[in-house]
Design a protein around this ligand. Structure first.
Ligand code: NAD
Length: 377
């Protein structure tokens, strides 16, 4: 009999389940937790986002649950095990993380570490045969994004970026307007994402080695994302400028950046991102009206309005819960992956072009993205 590795077996198992689900067959019994269609997620890195957003979001999720943790801080282990009823066998350190391959409780590894550690842990997770969610920004370079995508393809596992906005109903309402054109075609999009950073100047977000960059890496990816879904297309060029008013605090990372993007059909996009200004807005100007979300990129409740006086309003739900449930539905049922690796890579191509433009004095940098990372539903 042909031998089959555990990783191949797990992958085939998931693929078989996906096929069964697509065909409308009930998901097979005798698969532990997967019996009730809940997949087990292990969070890697138990910092503020895992603690205050992802773990609580998982408590309400319908299709996944918090099955394990990976931490470099042993003092956190007991606290999390007790709080979330996690067995000791599902607790890992960064050093023994690779042995997670042998743990059938863990279906998905969610990497929630400083940006420069995303690629290493995402690739190791893929090699362990686990589906991967990698936080934003996906990595600190396009080359690293490519390496993550390749590792997931080779391992036959699914990959998603932690772009929670892609599962948010307000975002989806903007996408609907862009697609169905109740106010006609889009002519202009403006998106802003920033906050005033006054904390510890030695935090990893202000350390280029760990963050890969400043405001643009941290908050700028939100402005890029909303400009693109506010357009429905990828940009064809970008020009950018950087502003520095507190160089003593922002020693080696960018403080504020503005960028202008050209889109197909003459649409113009403007984006702003900052670690020195509070900004949280998307404005889409259509042929005969406009739509605005403000706040737009935060955890919610969000708020929106249109030019004819209508409110955009949805009941508040955890975006993180929606995002993780959407990814599980993609794995099990073949529904769209709303934030695939290609989307994270596309945004990193734009990030690198913005930094290049700044270095070259605001030069227009052509982009050749085609439909990379665009998810049309
Ligand atoms: P954090 O500083 O609160 O937590 C970072 C975690 O990484 C901590 O548990 C820390 O112990 C661990 N770590 C391991 N090695 C480290 C090192 N060398 N230096 C510093 N920390 C180290 O950060 P966070 O806010 O939880 O962010 C983690 C990731 O999640 C980042 O990539 C960030 O961009 C992303 N994030 C995403 C969202 C979102 O809305 N999608 C929101 C917040 C953060």
């Amino acid at each position: 009999m042909k031998s089959i590795s555990r990783r191949t077996f797990n992958t085939k198992l998931t693929q078989g389940m996906a096929a069964a689900a697509l065909l409308g067959a009930p998901l097979a019994c005798g698969m532990g937790k997967q019996q009730n269609k809940k997949l087990g997620i292990a969070l890697v890195g138990l910092g503020s986002y895992s603690t205050y957003q992802l773990a609580p979001g998982l408590q309400d999720a319908q299709h996944c649950y918090l099955a394990g943790i990976v931490t470099g801080t042993p003092e956190k282990e007991q606290i999390w095990m007790e709080k979330y009823d996690i067995p000791q066998k599902n607790v890992y350190s960064y050093e023994n993380f690779d042995s997670i391959a042998e743990n059938a409780d863990i279906d998905i590894v969610y990497v929630v570490l400083p940006n420069s550690m995303h690629a290493d842990f995402s690739i190791r997770a893929a090699k362990a045969g686990k589906h991967v969610i990698c936080e934003k920004p996906m990595a600190v370079s396009v080359a690293e994004c490519d390496a993550i995508i390749q590792a997931c393809e080779e391992a036959g596992v699914k990959l998603s970026v932690g772009y929670r906005m892609q599962s948010d109903p307000y975002t989806n309402e903007i996408k609907r307007m862009v697609k169905e054109k109740p106010y006609g075609d889009v002519h202009y999009v403006s998106s802003d994402a920033g906050y005033i950073s006054r904390g510890n100047p030695d935090q990893w977000r202000l350390d280029r080695e760990l963050s890969g960059g400043g405001a643009l890496m941290n908050m700028g990816v939100y402005s890029i994302q909303s400009n693109i879904y506010g357009n429905g297309n990828n940009p064809i060029s970008v020009s950018a400028q950087e502003f520095s008013t507190r160089p003593e605090y922002f020693k080696n990372t960018d403080e504020s950046i503005t960028a202008q993007m050209e889109f197909p059909d003459g649409v113009v996009g403007h984006m702003f991102t900052s670690h020195n200004a509070n900004a949280n807005r998307l404005f889409v100007s259509f042929e005969s009206g406009w739509a605005e979300l403000n706040p737009c990129h935060s955890y919610g409740p969000l708020s929106g309005r249109t030019s004819d006086g209508n409110e955009i309003s949805f009941p508040h739900q955890s975006q993180q819960m929606l995002q993780m449930d959407d990814f599980v539905k993609h794995i099990l049922r073949g529904t769209p992956n709303y934030a695939p690796g290609e989307m994270g890579k596309r945004d990193m191509i734009i990030v690198e072009a913005i930094y290049q433009s700044i270095e070259e004095g605001g030069k227009r940098i052509p982009l050749n993205l085609g439909d990379l990372g665009i998810v049309r539903v």
